[in-house]
Design a binder for this molecule. Structure first.
Ligand code: UDP
Length: 505
C-alpha cells in the first residue's frame, strides 16, 4: 500500500491577486489574512486529501495553500495512501454520494474493515505531523476515518465534502450512512452547497464554502496566442508546425518549465486544423462526467450540421491513483468511438494528457481551454465544476448540464447555457449548434462568464470564508468579508472592480 506523504507547498504572494480583484477587495483580503494569522498563532493548518494530481481538490490545494503560506500561515498538505481495495470502496462511496450506484458493490462490514484499517495506518503517519490544537481540514470521503484519531490527539478537525447530489436517493443515503459514524466528532462540516449536506448533519456545525480557481496558476494564466498554437501542435492536439525551439512555461513556484511530453490521442487521421471550431470537454474519465454522452450528442446532432470538431480531454489514466474506474471509462469511450461511422469519428478526438508533471499538465489544459470555441461540461452530477469556472474565466461560452453546483455557477443565457436534462442529447446538440452559428452571442456569454468568475470564483473569497470558520472554531472573530453583491444564481448587481481583462490576453 502507498503511504501517507507530504506534498511540498511553495509560498505565493497574496498581493499578486490585486490587479484582478482591485485594491479595495485586496485590502480586505490582507486584513483578513492578518487576523487569521493572529488567531492561529503558529498552529499548523494541515490539509489531507487522496491525490496530489488530477481532479478539482488537488487543483485547488496547489494554489490556495500557497497563498496561505504566502500570508504567513503554516499551511501544509498530505496525501493519504491506500491499496486498490480501499480506493475501490472510496470510489463506490463517491459515486453513491452523487446518487449513482457505481460498481454496485457492497458497503458492509468487510468494506468498513478495509476503510478503518487503511485509515488507522494513515493516521499513525499523520499524527507525527499534527499536534494538539492544530487545525486539520480533511477533504472528501477517503479521509473520513481520520477524524477520530485526530480528535483524540487534540486537533481541531473540519471535514469537507466536495461532492453531493441534488436529489438524495437510496444510493446517496447508503453512502452517508456508511460515513456517518466516522464523522460524528467533526468540529465543522464544509459543503459547496447547502443542499448537499445530508439531513442528519448538525446544521450548527455546517459551513457553505464554494470552491475557487487561481488566475495565476499554470492552468489559468494568460497565454499568448502563438504559445497556445505551439503547445497544441507540440502535444499533437491540433495541426500546426512543430518548431524545434523548446516551449517554456512558468511553473506554480515561479521557475521555468519546459514542455516535454505529448498527449495520447485517438483519432482517424491528422488532428483538426487550427481554424476548425472546436468543442472541448476536459474531465477525468469518470462516468458521471458523461464524456460518452458528449460524443454521442456531437456525433448525432452537431458533426453533420457544422464543420466543428470535438475534443474530449482527460488525464492519462495511470496518473490518478484514487480513481480506479478511469481506465474502464476511457476504454468504453474508445470502443464507442470505434463504432461510429467514419464521417463522425473523423471529427471526434480523444486525448489523454500526461500527468507526470502537474504544471505541464495544467499548461496543456490551459491552452486547450483557451483555444476552445465552446467548452462543455455535460456532467450527470457535479459538486462544483472547476472546469466550468476555468472556462468562464477564460471567456469561453460554456454549455453544461443544469446539475448540482453548475446550476449555481451559470445563469442560463447570461453567462453560459444550461441544458436541463443531461440525458437529452438532442437539446445538448442544439445548444452547441446555436452557439457555433452565433459568434456574437458566444462572445457575449464569454465576456459575462469572465465577470462572474472574477466576482465569485477566486481564492480571496474562498480563503476569507475558511478564515471565518477557523476563527469561529478557535474562539476568535474575523470581520466577515462583505457578502458578494450577487451570489451565483441570485439577484443582479455587480460590485465595482477591475475587469478580468487586466489579466486576460
Ligand atoms: N483536469 C486536469 N487535467 C485533465 C482533466 C482534468 O488538469 O486531464 C483538471 C481540470 O482542469 C479541473 C479539475 O481537474 O481543474 C477537475 O475539477 P472539477 O471540479 O471539474 O471535477 P472533479 O474532477 O473534481 O470531479
Amino acid at each position: 500500500m502507498e503511504r501517507l506523504r507530504e506534498v511540498p507547498v511553495g509560498a505565493l504572494p497574496p498581493a499578486r491577486l490585486t490587479p484582478v480583484i482591485g485594491a479595495e477587495r485586496a485590502a480586505r483580503f490582507e486584513e483578513m489574512a492578518g487576523q487569521a494569522r493572529r488567531i492561529l498563532g503558529g498552529r499548523v493548518v494541515m490539509n489531507v486529501n487522496s491525490t496530489a494530481v488530477g481532479g478539482g481538490v488537488a487543483e485547488m490545494l496547489q494554489t490556495l495553500l500557497g497563498y496561505l503560506r504566502g500570508a504567513g500561515l503554516d499551511a501544509r498538505w498530505t496525501v493519504l495512501g491506500g491499496n486498490p481495495d480501499f480506493f475501490t470502496i472510496t470510489k463506490r462511496i463517491h459515486n453513491r454520494i452523487h446518487g449513482s450506484p457505481g460498481d454496485g458493490g457492497a458497503l458492509g462490514a468487510g468494506e468498513n474493515e478495509i476503510f478503518r484499517t487503511t485509515t488507522t495506518e494513515n493516521a499513525a503517519e499523520l499524527l507525527a505531523m499534527v499536534e494538539r490544537g492544530d487545525f486539520v481540514l480533511l477533504h472528501d470521503p477517503q479521509t473520513a476515518g481520520l477524524v477520530e484519531p485526530l480528535k483524540q490527539a487534540g486537533a481541531i478537525v473540519a471535514w469537507r465534502s466536495h461532492i453531493g447530489c441534488d436529489e438524495p436517493n437510496e444510493w446517496s443515503e447508503a453512502a452517508w450512512e456508511f460515513l456517518r459514524p466516522y464523522l460524528a466528532d467533526v468540529d465543522a462540516y464544509v459543503f459547496s452547497r447547502e443542499g448537499y449536506a445530508p439531513s442528519w448533519l448538525d446544521r450548527a456545525r455546517l459551513w457553505i464554502i464554494p470552491p475557487s480557481i487561481d488566475p495565476f496558476a499554470p492552468k489559468n494564466v494568460p497565454l499568448p496566442q502563438r504559445t497556445i498554437s505551439r503547445i497544441l501542435a507540440y502535444t499533437g492536439v491540433l495541426r500546426g508546425d512543430v518548431v524545434s525551439t523548446p516551449i517554456h512555461f512558468e511553473r506554480r513556484d515561479g521557475t521555468v518549465g519546459r514542455l516535454d511530453r505529448h498527449a495520447d490521442i485517438l483519432q482517424t487521421g491528422p488532428p483538426p486544423p487550427n481554424d476548425a471550431p472546436l468543442v472541448v470537454q476536459v474531465s477525468r474519465w469518470d462516468r458521471l462526467k458523461d464524456m460518452q454522452g458528449v460524443m454521442e450528442s456531437f456525433a448525432a446532432h452537431v458533426a453533420g450540421a457544422t464543420s466543428a470538431h470535438l475534443l474530449l480531454v482527460g488525464p492519462n489514466v495511470s496518473g490518478v491513483t484514487d480513481d480506479p474506474e478511469g481506465g474502464l471509462v476511457l476504454r468504453e469511450c474508445m470502443e464507442r468511438w470505434q463504432q461510429l461511422p467514419h464521417s463522425r469519428r473523423s471529427r471526434i478526438h480523444l486525448a489523454c494528457i500526461p500527468t507526470a508533471d502537474v504544471d505541464e499538465n495544467a499548461v496543456i489544459v490551459n491552452a486547450i481551454q483557451r483555444h476552445a470555441t465552446i467548452v462543455t461540461q455535460k456532467s450527470l452530477a457535479e459538486g462544483f465544476g472547476l472546469t466550468v469556472a476555468e472556462a468562464m474565466w477564460k471567456r469561453r461560452p460554456v454549455v453544461a448540464s443544469r446539475v448540482g453546483g453548475i446550476s449555481d455557477q451559470i445563469t442560463h443565457g447570461e453567462n453560459g447555457i444550461l441544458v436541463d436534462d443531461p440525458s437529452d442529447l438532442a437539446t445538448f446538440g442544439d445548444a452547441l449548434r446555436g452557439i457555433l452559428a452565433d459568434p456574437a452571442a458566444a462572445r457575449r456569454l464569454g465576456r459575462n462568464a469572465a465577470l462572474q468568475a472574477r466576482d465569485f470564483f477566486l481564492g480571496d473569497r474562498h480563503l476569507s470564508q475558511y478564515a471565518e470558520m477557523i476563527a469561529s472554531l478557535l474562539g476568535g472573530e474575523i470581520e466577515p468579508n462583505p457578502p458578494p453583491h450577487r451570489r451565483p444564481g441570485g439577484t443582479k448587481r455587480r460590485p465595482p472592480g477591475p475587469s478580468p481583462d487586466v489579466t486576460q490576453p
